[in-house]
Design a binder for this molecule. Structure first.
Ligand SMILES: *[C@@H]1O[C@H](CO)[C@@H](O)[C@H](O)[C@H]1NC(C)=O
Ligand SMILES: *[C@@H]1O[C@H](CO)[C@@H](O)[C@H](O)[C@H]1NC(C)=O
Ligand SMILES: *[C@@H]1O[C@H](CO)[C@@H](O)[C@H](O)[C@H]1NC(C)=O
Length: 954
């Protein structure tokens, strides 16, 4: 801004000399001469103005020259000996050398480089990689015994700290909702330092995150990259990584969104949203033009034309002006082709580039469109399997990361925390790898690629000399299922409680990247069908032989046995054969099983002389019981966000006397159910929020098809929660007590009364969704109270009611009491997160605690089943196989694959009142090729059951 009090400099040119008044000499002639001279100078001078040049002209000139400066690290950045984030009061006193590491450095095209050697961490930076020989002074050496080491994980899309956990009414700071385009807002202003999730995400190896404002607005505000570790200053600002407040050479960040969210929040349409962008960028363009015009004059010294004018500024639009100047990384939430197209057009109208398209569920269908974006092709930041929760994500595909990278587009996996718990961002990369993304690109998708998309690739995302000392030592190959950090360093500071002096990688988990299945054909089909490939199976009736079966798991009396490992079974090599006729296992070749299992051993007539309708080579895979899914409204909706595509809302209070039955609202052939089916989840157990749950076959075509309904009414489901808006916990308990006592006393009217009577008679379980240990304790007392009453009334009959807790985040705190009360627990989700106050006291599991809720409950003798996160959409049902496998991996050998399968099938079904009928015998069976159902090597190729009488081949 020009100062009012100005120094006087008479000049057009900075080089002009000062004017001096000349004193006339006594000599007349000289006086005349001087006068003439004076007058001529005066006349010349009068043509020139005395103009005001601001005292801070230098600052203004500098400000103008800075406009053209593009963000970049200082030239001597890699000579730094100490990080600007070095925190002496938290850092270890000695430098650390991690020895004998298998280092995925992130270097070389596609991050192919793997170095075996050492990493030196000193003063917050990586001092050396490879052979770190001798170091002056004392160091701490850690021998990691060949363990995998990567850079810390970078989450390009997080609301960590802005949408705080636990979620409280005072903590929803992600969206402003006061306007469509608000580039002046800053996520840093809402960043809560006390969020529970920092510690948890660090335990998953996440060291940095870009905290974005939400997607309610088209321009939601400025984003800020942070590191997740606690700082000695404990302030929000000290968490920032390369804050733009500190230096104009640091990148700025902006969140944009298009499509449904801005439309919904502002009751507008896509047209309104795109106009709001154009109107905002037009403001910015005009302001930029004014600034440029101003600075052009400054640069040629034309202060005369700038009299009383100040540098054109506007706090509301300056961030967008910086976008137009190429100083801002834009992360753009944008799903559908129509929206991507709108933003690509916008970027070319106003000439700015997009760093990344986020969510972008249709990006893989239009790779050439993305390449038309201004400047450079954006990265695409995705979920692995989270989809179909609204129209925008309905055509999403698990093959999208592969398809995009095959088309030369860079892929990022992101959490959108707390949409997905960022602690498990690595699992997103693992799933992308499972569905076809190369191992190196999968690792890059959570390290080097997001670092580059955030303009931070000069210091994070690689294990490289001069980079920030953000490092994760893994207990297995990071793409192996269940990979868990042994130690995490941020700025050279260890973040896990115990610094290992020697590390022993978990031998249970893979130490190499899993050999994932081929999905080329499926990926091609997905693109060809515009995201909606047929999910129908080929139905084979008659005789099917599965060859090269390495393991066979069978359900026998509520348990699951690995038959080929059975003590009475002869050792089977990879040549096991299973013969199936009309969906039923007829015999098994190579092992005598009759005595233990009732399964006949095939003789040569079975195998050699029958007409085989299909032979399926499992290549060392397995045949195992199908899993069940509980926790999400599988079968009740096609698209969660679209009420017209599903069952709709259910009266959630104990009110009136009628009972809702989930079976009456079932929708078959939802894509989520069919995808679950193809992932080995053959039964969906779905409750209404209050009423009678049902169990159905995820692969059935409609309700009336034979075998479609596994059990019509399974259990009575109720909820007791601190989160009920209108009813206190004590009111909810009163209602429940009244219903139970009425039932004992023979009262209770209508369908609901009937249902409670069946509970009292022990015919169906009472399933209570509860998270809080205190609520569970109250329910344990209530159960006893009702049972005492029952005993006093009912000398001969049932004295116990079957009760199951679901959710049960804090169940481990009352595990012995739950066991004593004979209550079963369905843990949902298996990897807990403190999203609400009533689920705050989670047992986080390795590496933060040795035990998990599941292992603790099992140790106390509680019957345990596992379900999926009730806060997710139905998409999550397909991932039960990984959840079950993870539990086995976390147990250090205590839980076998067979037992892990039970948790998600026989145990779960028993707890929820689903009794697989006798006639079914083995229930539904799933055949996987290349590996087991619970392994990243296995691909589901067929599902069969006697109930349905066919083999469904995929
Ligand atoms: C690295 O491992 C080798 C063999 O496993 C061992 O002999 C050596 O001592 C280790 N190095 C350090 C520094 O611990
Ligand atoms: C600049 O402002 C001063 C003081 O307000 C005023 O006297 C002068 O005329 C202005 N000059 C121009 C060129 O507007
Ligand atoms: C974008 O760049 C093109 C080509 O240089 C130019 O014609 C156009 O005016 C620019 N648009 C804006 C809004 O500056």
């Amino acid at each position: 801004m020009l100062d009012d009090d100005k120094s006087r400099l008479p000049t057009h040119h900075a080089s002009s000399t000062h004017l001096q008044r000349r004193r006339p000499r006594p000599l007349i002639s000289f006086l005349i001469l001087a006068t003439i001279l004076y007058l001529s100078v005066f006349l010349w001078q009068s043509r020139t103005q005395y103009i005001r040049v601001p005292r801070n002209a230098h600052n203004i000139a500098e400000k103008c020259s800075r406009l053209r400066l593009l963000p970049s690290p200082p030239p001597d950045f890699y000579n730094r000996k100490e990080s600007d984030r070095f925190d002496a009061s938290l850092a270890p006193t000695k430098p650390i050398v991690v020895r004998n590491a298998t280092i995925w450095t992130g270097e070389v095209a596609e991050g192919l480089e793997v170095v075996f050697g050492d990493v030196l961490l000193d003063k917050g930076i990586i001092g050396g990689v490879g052979n770190v020989d001798s170091i002056e002074g004392e160091v701490e050496e850690i021998n990691v015994d060949g363990a995998w080491v990567t850079s810390g994980i970078v989450d390009l899309h997080s609301h960590l700290g802005d949408f705080s956990s636990p979620s409280l009414s005072g903590s929803s700071d992600t969206n402003s909702r006061k306007g469509l385009a608000q580039p002046w807002l800053r996520s840093v202003d809402a960043l809560n330092t006390h969020d529970e999730a920092y510690r948890l995400a660090l335990a998953g190896g996440v060291t940095s995150a870009v905290v974005l404002p939400g997607s309610a607005g088209a321009i939601g505000g400025q984003a800020f990259p942070i590191k997740l570790r606690p700082t000695s200053e404990k302030s929000t600002s000290s968490m920032l990584l390369e804050s733009p407040f500190d230096s104009p050479s640091h990148w700025r960040h902006l969140k944009q969104a298009c499509g449904e969210n801005p439309s919904r929040v502002y009751s507008g349409t896509r047209m309104d949203t795109i106009w709001s962008f154009r109107a905002a960028y037009e403001e910015a363009r005009k302001l930029k033009e004014k600034q440029d015009a101003f600075c052009e004059k400054v640069e040629v010294g034309r202060w005369d034309l700038l009299q009383n004018k100040s540098f054109p500024e506007d706090l509301q639009w300056e961030a967008l002006v910086d976008v137009l100047r190429g100083k801002v990384k834009i992360q753009n939430h944008c799903y559908e082709e129509v929206d991507l197209d709108g933003i690509v057009r916008l970027s070319n109208e106003f000439n700015f580039s997009i760093a990344g398209f986020h969510h972008a569920h249709e990006a893989y269908l239009v790779p050439e469109l993305l390449k038309k974006a201004y400047g450079h092709t954006p990265v695409v930041a995705m979920f692995a399997t989270n989809g179909r929760y609204k129209r925008e994500s309905y055509r999403g595909s698990e093959y999208a990361p592969k398809v995009l990278s095959d088309n030369g587009i860079e892929v990022v996996m992101k959490s959108d925390h707390p949409v997905l718990n960022s602690r498990y961002l690595l699992h997103e990369a693992q799933q992308a790898h499972y569905y076809g993304l190369s191992a190196s690109l999968a690792l890059a998708s959570i390290t080097t690629t997001p670092a580059r998309a955030a303009g931070l690739d000069h210091r994070i995302g690689k294990v490289k000399r001069g980079y920030d000392a953000d490092l994760v030592i893994w207990d297995s190959h990071p793409l192996a299922l269940g990979a868990t950090p042994i130690q995490v360093y941020v700025d050279g500071i260890p973040q896990l409680p115990h610094t290992p002096t020697a590390v022993h990688p978990n031998s249970q988990k893979g130490q190499t990247a899993p050999q994932t299945p081929q999905f080329e054909e499926e990926a091609r089909e997905a693109v060809k069908a515009d995201g909606l490939p047929s999910l129908d199976a080929k139905e084979v009736t008659g005789t099917v032989v599965f060859y090269r079966v390495k393991s066979l798991y069978l359900r026998i009396h509520g348990r699951i046995f690995d038959i080929f490992q059975h003590p009475e079974a002869e050792k089977v090599n990879n040549e096991g054969k299973v013969l199936v006729r009309n969906g039923e296992v007829i015999c098994v070749a190579g092992v005598d099983l009759i005595s233990t299992t009732g399964v006949k051993t095939c003789d040569s007539s079975d195998l050699d002389h029958v007409a085989v309708d299909a032979g399926i080579d499992l290549e060392g895979g397995s045949v195992a019981p199908g899993l069940s899914s509980y926790g999400v409204p599988l079968g009740l909706q096609h698209i969660a966000g679209e009420i017209s595509t599903g069952d709709g809302r259910v009266d959630s209070k104990i009110a009136g006397q009628d009972i809702v039955r989930a079976v009456d609202g079932l929708q078959f052939r939802t894509r989520d159910a069919l995808l679950a089916y193809r992932s080995g989840v053959t039964v969906g157990i779905t409750p209404p929020s209050l009423g009678l749950a049902t169990a159905f076959s995820t692969g059935a075509k409609h309700k009336l098809q034979s075998g479609a309904i596994v059990k019509e009414e399974t259990a009575l489901h109720v909820i007791v929660t601190l989160n009920a808006q209108e009813e206190s916990v004590s009111t909810q308990i009163r209602n429940l007590r009244k219903a139970l006592v009425d039932a004992v006393n023979g009262g209770g009217e209508g369908g609901l009364g009937e249902a409670f009577k069946r509970v009292i008679e022990g015919k169906i379980p009472l399933v209570v969704a509860a998270q809080s240990a205190d609520v569970m304790a109250t329910l344990i007392s209530l159960k006893k109270e009702v049972e005492d009453l029952l005993a006093s009334k009912n000398e001969k009959g049932e004295k116990q009611i079957r009760m199951t807790f679901v959710g049960a985040a804090e169940a481990h705190l009352v595990a012995p009491e739950i066991a004593d009360a004979g209550i079963g627990v369905v843990v949902t989700p298996t990897r807990p997160f403190p999203s609400t106050w009533e689920s705050l006291r989670i047992l986080p599991g390795p590496p933060l605690s040795e035990k998990t809720a599941v292992s603790t409950l099992l140790e106390h003798g509680v019957t345990v089943g596992i379900g999926v996160f009730t806060g997710s959409g139905a998409w999550v049902a397909r991932n039960v196989r990984w959840d079950a496998a993870w539990i086995a991996l976390d147990s250090n050998g205590a839980i076998s694959h067979a037992e892990a399968l039970e948790l998600a099938s026989t145990k779960l079904e028993g707890l929820l009142g689903v009794d697989v009928e006798e006639s079914d015998r083995f229930g539904e069976m799933v055949a996987t090729r290349g590996g087991e159902l619970l392994e990243f090597e296995g691909k589901v190729v067929a599902v069969f059951s006697r109930r349905r009488g066919v083999v469904d081949v995929f």
